[in-house]
Design a protein. Structure first.
Length: 311
């Protein structure tokens, strides 16, 4: 029996600690798909889903994640009209996916006219953790759940370039100052004051530090901890590497308007070279062999879950 004080302070959501949602493989509803050009995309999709399910079956037989149900779904966006749930993975097309969700829900006429700030700070879209427990379970069981992922190293480098190589009123003072203070010897006053100019090697030192001076951030958190792919059964697994093709096939699957296509434009810093394999290689050269290995180890589960080749 728990002491009365502990009972009172404990959240009712602790009842769901250790909740396990079996990743049973459901057939996708292909009623809306027109034309035979999606055959290869569909075949790739089925392989990805089967691969993830097989991985999770092996992984979960040894370890089950202890967490709250509401925490599990805290990154999932809801679109009730077309009955879809989208787990947000930053730096894998998430800004444009939020634009698409706004169009699907009737909040906007076109994805092309929605600004970056409106997407991320407008609070137009509802998250799954804002519903009561019945609402959460109903949507998890009835809606089409989808996720888009990206090669972990590409995603990491993309996040670093976006947040630290461009002026940023949040990441520089919050993360930059703490990183420079802890990992840069003889840092000058200006750098300590502004937090600008963080080097990739310093960023990696922060990432790998078990005693980080500032916490993790969703832009470089592992997908395994953002979306819990072995606890939530995602019906569709898209990849950034085949973003346009996967996205437009998914839109057909859920019966989106025929004129709605996934946006092609780069959300911000459009003049920058895209973060490609070659760009990543240049950044990894700044690290020691041990640092490269430890960074790979940090994202090890993401590499395995989504069948990405180790760099």
């Amino acid at each position: 029996r728990l002491p009365e004080q502990q009972k009172m302070s404990e959240s009712p959501l602790s009842w769901f600690r250790g909740v396990y949602l079996p990743p049973a493989l459901h057939a996708l509803n292909k009623t809306f798909v027109k034309g035979g050009e999606w055959q290869d995309t569909d075949s790739t999709q089925e392989k990805r889903r089967a691969f993830l399910q097989d991985f999770c079956r092996k992984y979960n037989s040894k370890k089950k994640l202890q967490t709250h149900l509401v925490h599990l779904v805290s990154r999932i966006y809801v679109e009730d009209r077309h009955k879809v749930l989208y787990c947000e993975v930053p730096k894998a097309g998430c800004s444009n996916w939020k634009r698409v969700l706004m169009v699907l829900s009737g909040l906007a006429a076109s994805a092309n006219n929605i600004s970056h700030d409106e997407v991320h700070y407008g609070k137009h879209l509802r998250k799954l953790d804002s519903y009561d427990l019945k609402g959460i379970y109903t949507r998890l069981n009835m809606y089409t759940k989808f996720i888009f992922v990206r090669d972990p190293m590409e995603r990491l480098v993309s996040a670093f370039r976006d947040k630290f190589e461009h002026s940023n009123s949040y990441y520089h003072p919050v993360f930059g100052k703490a990183i420079i203070k802890k990992y840069r010897h003889n840092a000058d006053e200006e750098a300590l004051k502004t937090g600008s100019g963080v080097k990739f090697k310093e960023f990696i030192q922060y990432l790998l530090d078990s005693h980080r001076p500032v916490g993790m951030d969703i832009h470089w958190e592992q997908v395994s901890k953002l979306c819990y792919p072995c606890l939530i059964n995602y019906d569709f697994i898209g990849k950034f590497e085949t973003l346009e093709e996967d996205a437009n096939y998914f839109l057909q699957l859920v019966g989106a308007p025929a004129n709605l296509e996934f946006p092609k434009f780069k959300d911000r810093h459009s003049s920058d070279e895209r973060t490609s394999t070659e760009v990543v290689r240049q950044y990894l050269k700044e690290l020691s062999k041990e640092e490269r290995q430890l960074t790979y180890d940090f994202y090890y589960l993401d590499y395995l879950m989504f069948n990405y080749t180790s760099p």
